[in-house]
Write a protein that binds this ligand. Structure first.
Ligand SMILES: NC(=O)c1ccc[n+]([C@@H]2O[C@H](COP(=O)([O-])OP(=O)(O)OC[C@H]3O[C@@H](n4cnc5c(N)ncnc54)[C@H](O)[C@@H]3O)[C@@H](O)[C@H]2O)c1
Length: 413
C-alpha cells in the first residue's frame, strides 16, 4: 500500500520506516526543515537505537521525504498523523498541529479516491468522534463514503521505538466503517500480533489507560519514598528491590515503573495524564486518583530539593548528573532534571553545573537556565555536592570516583 505520514518525530519516523520495512511505499512529510535536512543526510535528529539503520536501509528506496505533499497524498491509500499533541489550555490536549495537518490533507485531495485518515498521535477519547469527524464533514467530505477515519494509537517506548513498532504486542484500531477497517488491516498484514478493532472512543481510551496507569505507578512509588523518608531509617532502594521479587510482577518490565525517582517526565506521561484528567473534569467528573497522581508528580521535585538543600549552602556548587528524562534517551521534554534545577534556582542555589552523556545540547536549546555545562570529570572535581537525576549506567560507579556527598534521586547506587 502507499502511505503518507505527517510528522517525522519519534512516532512518525518509526511508523514510516516500520511500514517501509513491511513492504509498503511510504512518504514522510515534516514541517521542521532542520529535521528534514538531517534525515536527508541519513542521520537521526534524536537518539534512537536501530532506527538509524532502518533509515539508511529505506531512505529513497521505499521511504521518501516528500517536498511535494500533493503528489504524495494523491498517490496514498492511507494518511497517518503522527504530529505532536502537547499541553494545551487548562491542561487539555493542544490539537492545533493535528488539525493543521488534516487541513493540509483536505486541501489537496479532491479526486474521489477513498483514503483513510488515521490518527496515531495520542488524542483524548471522543476527539475523533466529536471533533475530527464533524470538522472533516464540515469541509464537504462524507465520512465512511468519500473518506475513511480511524484511530490507531501507538504504544512504543522511546529508546525501543523500532523493536516496539516492528514487534508490537498488540495493534489497536478504532474504526467506524468496514472499508477503512479492511484497508488498515491490510497495512498490518505482515505484523505478527493480535489486531483489535474497537470503536473510535475505545481506541483512544486504551492509550490513556496505559499512560495513566504508568503515571500512577510512578507517583505511588514516589509517594511511598516520601513516606519512608518521613518515617525515617528506611532503606528505600533495598525495600523496593525486595518488593520487586513478588512473583506477581518479578521479571516484568513493569517494575521499572514501580520504583521511586524524581517524577515522571518525557513527552507523554505528563501531558496525557493531565489531558484526560482535565477533559473529564470539564465534563463534570473530578478524577481523584489522577488528580493526586498529578499533584505528587508536580511536587516531588520540592521534596527532592529539600533533600539536596539539607546539607548544602547556597554559595556551594551543586553538580547535576543527568538531564534526559530517562537513561538511553536524549529527550529532555518535561524532564525532572529541569524541574529540580528551576526549584533550586528559585530557592537561591545559583551555582549549578550539569552533565549528561547525550542530552546536553538539547537541554541547552530548550531550557534557558543559568547553569554551567561541563564534562563528568569536571563536575566530579569541582562540585561540592552531586545529585543524580537520571539513572544512566555510567553513574553506577560514581562512589568509586569521589567521596563527596551524593544525593541519589534515582535510588540507583
Ligand atoms: N514519543 C513517544 O514515546 C510517544 C509514544 C506514543 C505516542 N506518542 C504520541 O505521538 C505523537 C507524536 O509524538 P512524538 O514524540 O513523535 O513527537 P515529536 O515532537 O518527536 O514529532 C512530531 C513531529 O511532527 C512535526 N509536525 C508538526 N506539525 C506538522 C505538520 N502539520 N505537518 C508535518 N509535520 C508536522 C513536528 O515538526 C515534529 O517533528 C504525540 O501525540 C505523542 O503523544 C508519542
Amino acid at each position: 500500500m502507499i502511505i503518507t505520514v505527517f510528522g517525522l518525530g519519534f512516532v512518525g519516523l518509526t511508523t514510516a520506516l516500520g511500514f517501509a520495512q513491511k513492504g509498503h511505499k511510504v512518504y514522510g512529510y515534516e514541517i521542521n526543515q532542520k529535521r528534514v535536512d538531517t534525515l536527508n543526510n541519513k542521520v537521526l535528529p534524536f537518539h534512537e537505537p536501530e532506527l538509524d539503520d532502518a533509515l539508511i536501509r529505506h531512505l529513497n528506496k521505499n521511504f521518501f521525504i516528500s517536498n511535494d505533499l500533493k503528489s504524495a497524498l494523491l498517490e496514498s491509500d492511507c494518511v497517518y498523523y503522527c504530529v505532536g499533541t502537547p499541553y494545551g489550555e487548562n491542561g487539555q490536549a493542544n490539537l492545533s498541529y493535528l488539525f493543521s495537518a488534516i487541513d493540509s490533507t483536505l486541501n489537496e485531495i479532491h479526486d474521489n479516491k477513498y483514503r483513510v485518515l488515521v490518527t496515531k498521535s495520542t488524542i483524548p477519547p471522543t476527539t475523533t468522534k466529536n471533533k475530527i469527524i464533524p470538522y472533516i464533514e464540515n469541509k464537504g467530505f462524507k465520512v465512511g463514503k468519500d473518506i475513511g477515519i480511524a484511530n490507531n494509537p501507538e504504544f512504543l517506548r522511546e529508546g525501543h521505538c523500532w523493536n516496539d513498532f516492528i514487534n508490537s504486542d498488540r495493534i489497536v484500531l478504532g474504526v467506524s466503517d468496514n472499508k477503512s477497517k479492511e484497508m488498515i488491516m491490510k497495512l498490518y498484514e505482515k505484523f505478527d500480533c493480535p489486531l483489535f478493532t474497537v470503536s473510535l472512543n475505545t481506541a483512544e481510551f486504551i492509550k490513556y489507560l496505559s499512560n495513566t496507569f504508568l503515571a500512577t505507578l510512578i507517583s505511588f512509588s514516589n509517594e511511598m519514598s516520601i513516606i519512608a523518608d518521613t518515617l525515617g531509617e528506611i532503606n528505600v532502594s533495598e525495600a523496593f528491590k525486595i518488593f520487586h521479587l513478588d512473583k506477581r510482577w518479578n521479571g516484568s518490565d513493569i517494575t521499572s515503573y514501580m520504583y521511586p525517582g524524581c517524577g515522571y517526565g518525557g513527552y507523554c506521561l505528563p501531558k496525557d495524564t493531565n489531558a484526560i484528567y482535565a477533559l473529564t473534569k470539564s465534563k463534570g467528573f473530578n478524577a481523584k486518583i489522577l488528580e493526586n497522581v498529578i499533584w505528587t508528580n508536580d511536587n516531588i521535585s520540592k521534596f527532592i530539593v529539600n533533600k539536596i538543600t539539607r546539607t548544602i549552602e547556597k554559595k556551594d556548587k551543586i553538580g547535576i548528573l543527568g538531564l534526559s528524562f530517562k537513561p538511553g534517551s536524549d529527550d529532555v521534554r518535561d524532564t525532572a532534571a529541569a524541574r529540580i534545577i528551576k526549584e533550586l534556582i528559585q530557592r537561591g542555589y545559583t551555582n549549578i553545573m550539569v552533565y549528561d552523556p547525550i542530552a546536553m545540547d538539547d537541554f541547552k536549546e530548550i531550557y534557558d537556565l543559568d547553569v554551567e555545562y561541563v564534562s563528568k570529570e569536571d563536575l566530579i572535581e569541582k562540585a561540592e555536592e552531586l545529585v543524580i537525576t537520571t539513572a544512566w549506567d555510567e553513574f553506577k560507579d560514581i562512589k568509586q570516583l569521589t567521596d563527596k556527598q551524593i544525593v541519589d534521586c534515582r535510588y540507583m547506587l
